[in-house]
Design a protein around this ligand. Structure first.
Ligand SMILES: [Zn+2]
Ligand SMILES: [Zn+2]
Ligand SMILES: [Zn+2]
Length: 231
């Protein structure tokens, strides 16, 4: 489809052709290089005279012509053309009052979540609900207890999550020589604790604990058989 063009004369005498949508915009004469406002169309014609020169569009930021092969950005709100580079440098549109002004700017209202903010679900005391401590279940004797207590002060749920998963991990090691027993206990504890947990979206620790326990039971059984038969 050929867009309708209209013709007008530049002050230098050159006959210029412009698409109708460009009326009122900044244009540049390729003959004399003058930048001017493209006039409103007079007579529209799909067949401009062969000697008419196409008027060049002018970037609304740097006020120089946008060449045919220049990367360009059209403002999606006001439809003004810009050099792609100028658009990025200007952080968006340059038209006064346009909604795309400063559209690329990262404002102070865009917040990057800080690591200090509480994890989802950690505000609710999800665990323990079962009244059973995984500490006792697996005979956890790790040296990580003091730091876990520190975390407990900041977020009780988080501390329990660590203890819980830690206990399951220790259970795996204990299970290697005891036919998977400790892992069976931690796995059961994880199931019970999750069943009584109020915040069901907080399932990560329970799933991790369960997975560790399953591994502990399977490998514990096999390795224990091998070990006790060998001695
Ligand atoms: Zn001219
Ligand atoms: Zn430009
Ligand atoms: Zn705009």
């Amino acid at each position: 489809m050929v867009s309708k063009q209209f013709q007008f004369s530049c002050a230098c005498g050159a006959l210029l052709a412009a698409e109708r949508r460009l009326a009122g915009r900044q244009g540049k004469c390729q003959g004399c290089g003058a930048v001017f406002e493209i006039p409103q169309p007079g007579v529209l014609s799909t067949a401009p005279r062969a000697d008419a020169i196409a008027v060049q569009e002018v970037c609304g930021i740097c006020q120089t012509a946008i060449a045919e092969d220049d990367p360009r950005t059209l403002c999606q709100a006001c439809d003004l053309p810009y050099h792609a580079e100028c658009w990025v440098e200007n952080l968006g549109c340059a038209a006064y009052g346009c909604s795309q002004v400063n559209v690329l700017k990262v404002g102070p209202d865009i917040r990057i979540p800080s690591p200090a903010s509480p994890l989802p679900g950690s505000r609710q005391p999800g665990f323990p609900q079962a009244g059973q401590s995984p500490l006792g279940a697996s005979g956890y004797q790790g040296g990580a207890l003091p730091s876990a207590v520190d975390r407990a002060a900041a977020s009780p749920t988080l501390a329990w999550d660590y203890l819980w998963m830690g206990a399951s991990a220790v259970g795996v090691f204990l299970s290697i020589l005891s036919y998977g027993g400790p892992s069976a206990v931690t796995g059961l504890a994880a199931l019970v604790a999750y069943a009584f947990q109020q915040d069901k979206s907080h399932w990560g620790p329970a799933a991790t604990s369960l997975l560790l326990s399953a591994v502990g039971v399977v490998f514990g059984l096999r390795l224990s058989l091998l070990f006790w038969q060998a001695t």
